[in-house]
Write a protein that binds this ligand. Structure first.
Ligand code: NDP
Length: 348
């Protein structure tokens, strides 16, 4: 028996409410650490907070592929940890493991079959990267661009990325450049983030959507119009981008975070002018879901690992310490407090 800390859902923000840290509650508990055959004892190293978790806070997520978190029950999501003891053939003490449904606990006993073993070599020992650049956000950026972006080297394309300083966006823009876009323009929520995109990540230019005339700034940044739009945010930012898209362009419909605190279906309805612009200009806007491409994940992770190791893909992270700060980190990410992937470090 050992003492642990865990995070439970304390209250729901309501479908139209902004989440607050107090929606989560930290509890002390005990964990039975005598393992049954097939079980593994893990210590949590890093936990991920992600925008999709906002819909798990509702009593109905509105989708069939993720379930709501139950009140007063332990919350779960992407996590990485180290095996402390194992009664499962595939795991030994000291192994690194991950899961999409890692409980927000300092330690846990898990069926080995629910864990994937990780090779720390893929990330040069930077294990938090498995929750970001060499994990689900990296795959989202890579497969989003490759499956829906129609990027062709030498075609003189301009790509715009919204949510560009976040986990997926910061990688999507760099991948657009690596795959051959001539111009990559990021849209994000502060001057500091704009600076980082251009000076550290190699974006051609960046636009702060919270300041000034976004359409005018975009026109200046995209003198030849927009060919590919990696959309993480939806709402007025996306209306402004789509209005400047060229004929036969492509929207990668990755996410619509500006609408996640509203009770609207996914994807949220577009305004009439935006719908008309899509039709008039023969622009594709297909929904992209990283989980629909499981067969491409292994090769994708290898590609991401190679780029990261070679320094071709720069990784940004915002790391918050302590399981007691999971709620704070989640809410901060939802309101733009992160640069790059928001991670919470649980133990050394
Ligand atoms: P981020 O790291 O990008 O964090 C969220 C960011 O969203 C914040 O940093 C903030 O940055 C921005 N934001 C918040 N509110 C608004 C708003 N009202 N308007 C514009 N921007 C806003 O998160 P992820 O990279 O994990 O996720 C990005 C998107 O990708 C989300 O929409 C998510 O749902 C989606 N996604 C989709 C997947 C798929 O399979 N389709 C898989 C994974 C993620 P700022 O300071 O710039 O406002």
């Amino acid at each position: 028996m050992s003492r642990i800390l865990r995070v439970v859902l304390h209250s729901r923000p309501g479908k139209n409410g902004e989440p607050i840290p107090e929606n989560f509650r930290v509890e002390e508990g005990t964990l039975q650490t005598d393992l049954k055959p097939g079980e593994v004892l893990v210590r949590t190293l890093y936990l991920s907070v992600d925008p999709y978790m906002r819909c798990r806070m509702n009593d109905d997520t509105g989708t069939d592929y993720i379930s709501p978190w139950a009140l007063s029950e332990c919350v779960d999501g992407g996590g990485v940890g180290v095996v402390e003891s194992s009664c499962h053939d595939a795991f030994s003490e000291g192994d690194t493991a991950t899961s999409f449904s890692w409980r927000w606990q300092t330690h846990d006993v898990v069926e080995g079959g629910r864990l994937q073993k990780l090779d720390p070599e893929l990330v040069n020992g930077r294990l938090s990267y498995f929750l970001g650049a060499v994990g689900m956000p990296g795959l989202t950026a890579l497969l989003g661009v490759r499956e829906k972006g129609h990027v062709k080297a030498g075609a003189n394309q301009t790509m715009v990325v919204s949510g560009a300083a976040g986990a997926c966006g910061s990688l999507a823009g760099q991948i657009g450049r690596l795959d051959g876009c001539t111009r990559v323009v990021g849209i994000c929520g502060s001057e500091r983030k704009c600076q980082v995109l251009v000076s550290e990540l190699g974006f051609t230019s960046a636009v702060n959507y919270r300041h000034g005339d976004v359409s005018a700034a975009l026109r200046e940044s995209c003198p030849d119009g927009v060919d590919v739009y990696f959309d993480n945010v939806g709402g007025p930012v996306s209306d402004a981008v789509i209005a400047q898209m060229n004929k036969d362009g492509h929207v990668i419909l990755c996410g619509q975070i500006s609408q996640y605190n509203k009770d609207v279906p996914y994807p949220p309805p577009l305004k009439k002018e935006t719908q008309e612009a899509l039709l008039r200009n023969n622009i594709t806007r297909e929904r992209f879901m990283v989980l629909n491409y499981m067969e491409k994940h292994e090769a994708g992770l290898l590609q991401l690992s190679q780029w990261v190791k070679a320094g071709q893909l720069k990784v940004l992270e915002t790391i918050t310490n302590g399981i007691e700060n999971m709620g704070v980190a989640f809410c901060s990410m939802m309101t733009g407090g992160n640069v790059g992937k928001q991670i919470v470090k649980i133990s050394d």
